[in-house]
Design a protein around this ligand. Structure first.
Ligand SMILES: Cc1cc2nc3c(=O)[nH]c(=O)nc-3n(C[C@H](O)[C@H](O)[C@H](O)COP(=O)(O)OP(=O)(O)OC[C@H]3O[C@@H](n4cnc5c(N)ncnc54)[C@H](O)[C@@H]3O)c2cc1C
Length: 444
């Protein structure tokens, strides 16, 4: 009987566990996560007002509740204070790393570190109640914001910035974030991409949603749309629909609204400008199509005032101590899911999800990705199964000073979140800090 550890309980970890139990009638899987709560970015990334996508947690839950799967929360693998990779490897026949891509990509421009300039990751973590997130006073004194990037995460943070209390109250957003967003004096968000509308990475569904937000007007500058040389008729379906939506908005007469979202194109950030030690504006260079599908600088600049700048130009994996890492792609090198050490498959070590293929695709993309890895693992199983491993790795973990949060502990957190919501006259409300989460998990 094979014992497998899956590190990370996000979509790729859960799909890996699911594929293993579906295809091997005897395998036992422990799903470890450094957080006491499961589901990775489905809990800590997907925006709270996207309840339908959030409800995917229900199908991940059935995997973690399977009789041959155990959730072991609060177990960090690698890094300071974490369980060393070599130690974990000795406790199981195989280990699958599904640790995601935890950090943001940098712009690499002056002023990026100014107070008031944050990565979208930091802002998302805050409104998602990630226990590592700090309340950085994101919206203090903010009247206008700039979101740099034109992907779905940029759309998420733009939408969250303008959402009102009535729309957020029914979600599980933590109370402090709800109060801050509800009280904010922000009136304008400009979301900017360095290329044209045809190259924007947001999906049409997410884009359209911006047009239906109560009390918010969306504007697009027809001159910026006109710069795009792409013939919409020749574009693939997704970009074509995006361009159609943007053209509709550009043609609409302006209407007064409490808040405004401006979608901007052909603007490359070159510097964040300060006033009184905080960010006050973003200096953009205007770009123009270079005729080869890219853009080139024009030497003309525009300063856009902003007391809050959110950078949303992609995610990156971080190295996990004890495992190989390719800094160029931000992933763990692999062949069909088998971890490569010095170019050679390392017995019993596998990867799946964002740390395997980089931060692209939707939640469902992680399912075939996990399946490929499990196919490799099961092909290796006859050799792996010969290793001598402890009958119960949890005993060995405890002996190594690790006290995992069990599934019952997670259920206790869920109850505490429901109770908090009831006290506040809301539905479920997320707990936002380590002490409260771990305290709740210990309640029998
Ligand atoms: C802000 C944001 C919003 C998104 N919204 C959507 C959406 O609406 N729809 C959609 O389809 N997709 C969305 N995505 C994409 C989707 O979330 C990803 O495809 C998916 O989460 C990737 O799965 P993963 O399991 O590889 O990583 P993750 O979901 O990041 O899971 C990784 C897990 O590993 C754990 N972990 C990390 N390091 C360690 C360690 N050292 N030891 C132990 N555990 C560790 C983490 O705590 C985490 O639980 C969004 C992504 C982001 C960033």
């Amino acid at each position: 009987m094979l014992r497998v550890a899956v590190v990370g309980s996000g979509p790729s970890g859960c799909y890996t566990a699911q594929s293993l139990i579906q295809r091997d009638p005897e395998v036992h899987v422990d799903v470890l996560d450094r957080l006491p709560c499961p589901y990775g970015l489905v809990r800590y990334g997907v925006a709270p007002d996207h309840e339908k996508i959030k409800s995917l947690q229900g199908s991940l839950r059935t995997v973690l509740e399977h009789e041959r799967v155990r959730f072991l929360g609060g177990v960090r693998v690698g890094g300071p204070g974490g369980l060393p990779v070599e130690h974990l490897r000795g406790l199981y026949h195989a280990v699958v790393y599904c640790v995601g891509a935890a950090t943001d990509r940098r712009l690499g421009i002056p002023g990026e570190e100014l107070p008031g300039s944050w990565s979208a990751t930091e802002f998302v973590s805050w409104y998602s109640a990630h226990p590592d997130a700090a309340d950085a006073g994101f919206l203090r004194g903010v009247r206008s914001a700039v979101v740099i990037g034109v992907g779905n995460v940029a759309v998420d943070v733009t939408r969250m910035l303008v959402r009102g209390a009535a729309e957020l109250r029914p979600t599980d957003i933590p109370q402090a974030a709800l109060d801050t967003l509800a009280a904010s004096g922000l009136t304008e968000v400009q979301m900017a991409g360095r290329r044209g509308p045809a190259q924007a990475r947001f999906t049409t569904k997410e884009l359209r949603e911006l047009g239906g937000l109560p009390g918010t007007e969306v504007t697009v500058d027809p001159a910026e749309l006109a710069l795009d040389p792409a013939d919409p008729g020749a574009l693939p379906a997704g970009p074509r629909r995006n361009v159609e939506v943007l053209r509709d908005w550009a043609a609409r007469p302006a209407t007064p609204a409490a808040r405004r979202i401006r979608l901007r194109f052909f603007l490359r950030p070159v510097e964040l400008l300060a006033e009184g030690g905080r960010v006050a504006a973003v200096r953009f260079e205007r770009t123009a199509p270079d005729g080869a599908g890219g853009v080139t600088g024009t030497g003309r600049y525009e300063d856009v005032p902003a007391q809050l700048v959110l950078r949303s130009v992609g995610y990156r994996g971080v190295p996990l101590e004890g495992l190989p890492f390719d800094p160029a792609s931000g992933t763990i090198p692999h062949r069909e899911g088998r971890v490569l050490r010095d170019g050679v498959p390392s017995p019993g070590e596998y990867v799946a999800g964002w740390i395997k293929r980089g931060p692209t695709g939707v939640i469902g993309t992680n399912r075939p990705c996990a399946k490929e890895t499990v196919t490799s693992l099961l092909a290796d199983a006859p050799a792996l199964g010969r290793a001598d491993v402890p009958a119960d790795p949890v005993e060995a973990l405890r002996a190594a000073g690790v006290a995992p949060v069990s599934w019952d502990g997670w259920l206790a957190i869920e109850r505490a979140e429901a109770e908090l919501g009831a006290r506040l006259g809301r539905g479920v409300v997320k707990l936002a800090d380590w002490d409260t989460l771990l305290g709740a998990a210990r309640v029998p």
